[in-house]
Design a protein around this ligand. Structure first.
Ligand SMILES: [Zn+2]
Length: 303
């Protein structure tokens, strides 16, 4: 009698322990930022001031967090000098992208970017924060850049979904919620069927549109950056679960969207790792394998 009770309990305990096992495999972070430090800036989730008080600390502590969590590759964007410095410090673990940020920086002219892509200094087109500039990345203005991405076979990461609360009252009066709707990218996907595009922030909170777009365009990927730590965890898990249930788990990729808080990398890893519905195989896919395949990391160099 005692055994009959004890056995199911032991099995339950074993199952709970397995589910709580932290992920220990390699990670690819599809979404990191470099740039000047913001000393004292409170983390939007914890309220604690950033651990990075200087530019050098922001870089060093970001690389330290990457190593701590087994992040073998990080895609970074930010001002050129900071990306160059990060590449020197991080070596093969860092790839730099041409980017548009939250209102101050726009993409350089295509001719200038061509040089950077040709030299290998930049190897990604993204983060493209067109939404912050009041621009639709699915529209014509972006075409010369997409032509470049096609020519050099570069992945293209486009900011979708959210912006920080109060964005239009602060940095970016041209920002609009509607411009974050992933469905705006459909014309671009139709014009460029071979382009490797990913939705940054997985389109949150545009769940139906993200599902529709990813279902119809099987090449389209998404990163789960920022939503895995900045929004309420239950909301993130519900969203992630909905994307998993929709059968999109082999195209979702981990990202942190570390900005001025190196410790956000830990929050992003925990936010993802704590999703109770993910199997170890699904975690491995999201943390590493989907991005490795998307980025063709196993392709011979020069390919
Ligand atoms: Zn973004």
């Amino acid at each position: 009698m005692r055994l009959q009770i004890a056995l199911p309990f032991a099995l339950l305990l074993a199952a709970a322990t397995a589910a709580a096992q932290p992920y220990v495999g390699p990670i690819i972070d599809m979404h990191l930022h470099v740039g000047p430090a913001a000393p004292g800036a409170p983390n939007p989730v914890t309220g604690e001031p950033t651990t990075a008080g200087t530019d050098a600390e922001r870089e060093r502590l970001t690389l330290e967090r990457m190593r701590r969590h087994g992040i073998v590759l990080g895609l970074v964007s930010g001002p050129d000098a900071y990306m160059a410095s990060m590449r020197r410090a991080g070596g093969d673990a860092i790839r730099a992208g041409a980017f548009m940020d939250d209102g101050r920086t726009r993409l350089p002219p295509p001719g200038v970017l061509r040089e950077a892509f040709a030299s290998g200094e930049l190897s990604v087109l993204g983060e493209i924060g067109a939404q912050y500039h009041g621009l639709d990345a699915g529209a014509e203005w972006f075409e010369p850049y997409l032509a470049l991405a096609e020519e050099f076979d570069l992945p293209v990461g486009i900011h979708t979904g959210l912006g920080p609360p109060g964005t239009p009252y602060g940095c970016c009066p041209d920002f609009s919620v509607e411009l974050g709707n992933p469905k705006l990218l459909e014309p671009m996907l139709k014009r460029h069927p071979k382009l490797r595009v990913w939705l940054m922030h997985a389109g949150w909170p545009w769940l139906q549109e993200t599902k529709a777009l990813m279902y119809v365009y099987p090449q389209l990927h998404a990163d789960i950056s920022v939503i895995n730590w900045i929004i309420p965890r239950q909301e993130f898990h519900d969203y992630l679960q909905a994307l998993m249930t929709a059968g999109l788990g082999d195209r979702l990729m981990f990202g942190s969207d570390q900005m001025v808080w190196p410790e956000a990398i830990t929050l992003a890893v925990e936010g993802t790792d704590s999703a109770p519905f993910l199997t170890p195989a699904q975690k491995r896919a999201i943390f590493h394998d989907n991005a490795a395949r998307f980025l063709r990391l196993d392709a011979p160099s020069g390919d």
